[in-house]
Design a protein around this ligand. Structure first.
Ligand code: FAD
Length: 418
């Protein structure tokens, strides 16, 4: 079975939704696909315990009302089927989508750094816990420690608290000076200043980070370095996030160049590959406001509306300024590279410990010697950690990009050569 889109948008978070809405008035046949059941991405993730903001609901309704935009939910990209062709799979079928122009809006995922005990049940990512709670995980009455870096810790605490969790500590690794400097800049973005008042929590401590998750069969407590002292706190849940890493794998596999750890784009959000654009956090962490304006620029540029796209450049520069200020203030301290002990697992899918990786020249050598990154997550977790710990560039992923049914893979045989 084959299918066609003038404009294919991968990822229906703020960037992808904004791209589709901006491109739709052109009349182009647009397909917006996402591996989640509902549009919204990470920040506007839906679920039984989620409260969606009005902006997210409005954007969803607008998209639903557009006859030239099709939304494919719960759909994954399995492989490249040919030039400008992707093999897709949902719960019922596999099929090939041919497109003229593509916008990658694949977002970012959490950076999880290994520390002793991080694989104990009860320990999750900070954004991961938030996603679980929105999806229905009951946390009422549970004691929760949140650690790591950046505003996502506070957002996660807010979601947990409003669902009945008891916040015991929020340990921010950035120094008091760095956080105060960031807060002093916030009046430049009044909306962010206002948001920060709602997020404040008196359990917040700067200059603090996790040392060890304690417990035998499941989490019972956490040992923290807290402003120069070592403290132990009893808790049922520990949520740890050290910032975000861009999801570049699909872009890399298609041939888009990287700039640092993100997909490289120009002022039009065009990638290094002709007719392929990228927007939002796959091009670097910046928050939902930056993702929205980048998505709109990419959508307009992709359908030839360059004047309208250019009018949004000042708005993008304003939110890029916020992103730069935030990334500077919450840069991960080098001390956090020392959290793992020799026997701490780095690749939890294949049980590969830190000592089996240290000393290798690069990711490929480590993978060949240890099976690191060859398990179910295909290096999505340990690849990011190894990049941070050892400076190894993650390899370009090979298809299938996610587990697929045999019938889906057989569609590749039906694809006529171009
Ligand atoms: C776990 C987590 C929780 C977060 N929570 C908050 C929060 O509470 N508040 C806040 O301000 N910021 C939060 N952020 C930051 C947030 O990611 C951004 O500010 C914003 O959502 C970025 O928008 P985006 O459109 O670039 O990407 P995203 O919102 O990440 O959207 C990308 C979408 O693309 C989909 N996707 C990716 N690859 C593929 C593929 N190959 N095939 C199909 N679909 C694909 C993803 O499932 C996702 O739905 C969170 C980030 C993470 C990782």
């Amino acid at each position: 079975m084959s299918d066609y889109a003038d404009l294919l948008i991968i990822g229906a978070g703020p960037a992808g939704m904004a791209a589709a809405l901006a491109a739709a008035p052109s009349g182009a046949r647009i397909v917006l696909l996402d591996d989640n059941p509902l549009p919204g991405g990470q920040i506007w993730r839906d679920g039984p315990q989620a409260k969606l903001p009005a902006q997210a609901r409005q954007m969803r309704e607008q998209l639903l009302g557009l006859s030239n935009v099709r939304h494919h939910a719960d759909t994954r990209v399995i492989a490249q089927a040919g030039p400008k062709q992707l093999l897709l799979e949902d719960a019922e079928r596999g099929w090939v989508m041919t497109y003229e122009t593509l916008i990658l809006c694949t977002g970012a995922r959490e950076l999880l750094l290994p520390f002793p005990g991080w694989t104990l049940p009860g320990v999750t990512g900070a954004g991961g816990l938030q996603a679980l709670i929105k999806g229905g995980l009951p946390v009422s009455g549970e004691r929760l420690v949140i650690a790591g870096s950046g505003p996502l810790l506070l957002a996660s605490a807010t979601t947990a608290r409003s669902n009945g969790a008891r916040i015991v500590r929020i340990a921010e690794q950035a120094s008091r000076g760095a956080v105060a400097g960031f807060a002093a800049q916030l009046p430049r973005w009044p909306h962010k200043l206002l948001q920060s008042f709602g997020l404040f929590d008196h359990h917040y401590r700067t200059g603090s980070h996790v040392l060890e998750a304690l417990g035998s069969d499941r989490l019972e407590g956490v040992r923290l370095h807290q402003q120069g002292k070592v403290v132990e706190l009893a808790c049922e849940r520990l949520a740890v996030g050290f910032g975000l890493i861009p999801n570049t794998q699909l872009g890399q596999a298609l041939g888009c160049a990287l700039s640092g750890t993100a997909l490289a784009v120009d002022a039009w959000q065009a990638s290094s590959l002709a007719d392929h654009y990228a927007a939002g956090e796959c091009t670097g962490f910046g928050g939902s406001e930056l993702a929205l304006v980048e998505g709109a620029i990419a959508g307009l540029a992709a359908v030839g509306e360059r004047d309208a796209a250019q009018r949004l450049w000042p708005q993008r520069a304003r939110w890029q300024g916020f992103a730069d200020t935030l990334n500077h203030a919450f840069a991960i301290a080098p001390a956090l590279k020392q959290l793992a002990k020799p026997d701490t697992l780095v690749c939890r899918c294949e049980d590969v410990a830190f000592q089996a990786l240290a000393g290798h020249a690069d990711w490929r050598a480590a993978k060949l010697a240890s099976r690191c990154g060859m398990g179910a997550c295909q290096g999505r977790v340990c690849g990011g950690a190894a990049q941070h710990l050892f400076g190894w560039t993650p390899p370009v992923p090979r298809p299938p990009f996610s587990p697929a049914r045999i019938e889906t893979l057989l569609c590749l045989d039906d694809t006529p050569p171009l």
